[in-house]
Design a protein around this ligand. Structure first.
Ligand code: MTE
Ligand code: MO
Length: 223
């Protein structure tokens, strides 16, 4: 990340959490061996429904002042995009409702989001033909990856609001990615960089024993 993009971080990296989640991956914790049907089963195998919304991250929460926030779409694109928050908010806005499934076993139904469709943002950047994968980088240093065709699905959003209110810092504000059909670690909070790639680039959890794709209905927790 360029130097002028750094933001204040509060908290401490939760090394114990990272270690225990790596152990879960080695031991295959929480695996039921069942396969769900995405259409029939709203709750994927091994998940438990919650009503509140847990906070999960590496423990370091960036304090991104709205006027310092930048979003970049770059890499294998013909027209790299660099947006301020005002410019982002001026893009066409979409409201979506969907369910969240975290690999640590909780699911939460009917989250109402507001933001910009990922496919519209990607279209602005005009991807080159070779672009196949996306690598995300966030202000806390977190990274994750998805195939480009997953990122440009209709239900994928860069969200700035939840339940009609600005996304709190804890949950990734000013702006986070929401990819509802994958486990929630694939939905980066405090996103700042979206890089289109020819070859896949596994992110923070993907190199620590977590599945590269992460489909909750196939129980792709580890891989
Ligand atoms: N930038 C960033 N994004 C992140 C994470 C993180 O540590 N940093 N954790 C991921 C994980 S493991 C989960 S389950 C969800 C949790 O989002 P929430 O705290 O809003 O529930 O954020 C994902 N996105
Ligand atoms: Mo998670």
């Amino acid at each position: 990340m360029a130097e002028d993009d750094s933001v204040p971080l509060t908290g401490k990296l939760r090394e114990k959490l990272v270690e225990s989640k790596e152990a879960w991956a080695r031991e295959g914790r929480l695996l039921t061996g069942l396969q769900g049907d995405r259409v029939r089963d709203r709750l994927p195998p091994g998940q438990t429904l919650v009503k509140d919304w847990p906070v999960l991250d590496l423990g370091v929460q960036p304090d991104v002042a709205p006027d310092r926030w930048r979003l970049r779409v770059e890499g294998l694109v013909q027209a790299p995009v660099r947006l301020t928050l005002d410019e982002f908010m001026a893009l066409p806005q979409t409201e979506l409702t969907n369910d969240i499934h975290c690999v640590t076993q909780w699911s939460r139904y009917d989250n109402h989001w507001q933001g910009v469709l990922a496919k519209e943002l990607v279209a602005m950047a005009r991807p080159k033909e070779e672009a196949r994968f996306v690598s995300f980088t966030s202000y806390d240093g977190y990274t994750t990856n998805v195939p480009l065709e997953e990122f440009t699905r209709d239900e994928v959003l860069l969200a700035h609001s939840w339940e009609g209110k600005p996304l709190t810092r804890q949950h990734g504000g000013p702006v986070r990615v929401v990819i509802p059909r994958l486990y929630f670690w694939k939905s980066p909070k405090w996103v700042t960089r979206i890089e289109l790639l020819r070859d896949d680039r596994p992110g923070f959890w993907e190199v620590r024993g977590y599945h590269n794709f992460g489909d909750p209905w196939q129980e792709q927790r580890y891989g």
